[in-house]
Design a binder for this molecule. Structure first.
Ligand SMILES: [Zn+2]
Ligand SMILES: [Zn+2]
Length: 183
C-alpha cells in the first residue's frame, strides 16, 4: 500500500503523482524522513518563485511519475532552466507554474530503497487541494537557508505577536470592505 499525492501546473499540461510508502523511510545519516516539507529562504528560490520564500516537499525521484497532457501543436511543454552549476528548475512553458527543483548534489541513501537516489524538490503549492489535506505529509517541518531569509519575514515566523496572524482576513480577494466590517 502506498499513499498518492497528486499535483500539476495551473493549465494542467503537466501533472504528477508522488507514491509514498505507508512507512516513511529515513534518509540515511540524517534525522529526516522522506517526504520532508521545508520552507526555503534562499535568494534563488525567492526570485524564481516570485514569492517571499518557497515551500517544497522533498521526495526521492523514483516516487514521482510525470504525465504530459499538452495539446498537439500547442507548443506547451515542461521547460527546464539551469539556475546554478548543479541545479535545474522546471516550470510549465504554457502557464508558468513552478514545479520542480533537481540538483546533481541532492542524492542520498534512503532506507528501503536500493543504492543512491536523487531527491527532488516539488513545489508544495502545485499539489492538488485534496493532497494538501494530508497534513502529516505536506506540512513544513523545517526552514532552510534561514541565514538568507528576509529579516521581517523571519521576524514574522519567530516574534510572538508580530507575525501575520493579526492581519485583517478577507474571505475573498475583494478587499473593498474596511477591516472593521469583517468582524
Ligand atoms: Zn501549465
Ligand atoms: Zn532555495
Amino acid at each position: 500500500m502506498s499513499q498518492i499525492l497528486k499535483g500539476g501546473c495551473y493549465c494542467g499540461g503537466t501533472t504528477y503523482t508522488i507514491a509514498i510508502p505507508d512507512k516513511l523511510p529515513q534518509v540515511v545519516g540524517t534525522p529526516h524522513k522522506v517526504p520532508t516539507s521545508i520552507l526555503d529562504h534562499c535568494g534563488k528560490c525567492r526570485k524564481t518563485s516570485g514569492s517571499l520564500f518557497q515551500a517544497w516537499i522533498v521526495v526521492p525521484k523514483p516516487w514521482i511519475t510525470i504525465t504530459y497532457k499538452y495539446k498537439e501543436g500547442s507548443g506547451g511543454k515542461l521547460v527546464e532552466f539551469q539556475s546554478s552549476a548543479h541545479g535545474t528548475r522546471s516550470f510549465c512553458g504554457a502557464c508558468g507554474t513552478n514545479l520542480f527543483y533537481d540538483s546533481s548534489k541532492k542524492k542520498a541513501m534512503v532506507e528501503d530503497m536500493d543504492g543512491v537516489v536523487y531527491l527532488v524538490n516539488v513545489t508544495i503549492g502545485s499539489l492538488d487541494e485534496e493532497s494538501l489535506t494530508h497534513v502529516e505529509l505536506v506540512k513544513p517541518k523545517l526552514h532552510v537557508w534561514w541565514d538568507h531569509g528576509i529579516g521581517w519575514i523571519k521576524e514574522a515566523f519567530t516574534t510572538a505577536g508580530q507575525g501575520f496572524g493579526g492581519l485583517a482576513k478577507y474571505p475573498t480577494g475583494d478587499v473593498r470592505q474596511s477591516p472593521e466590517e469583517l468582524i
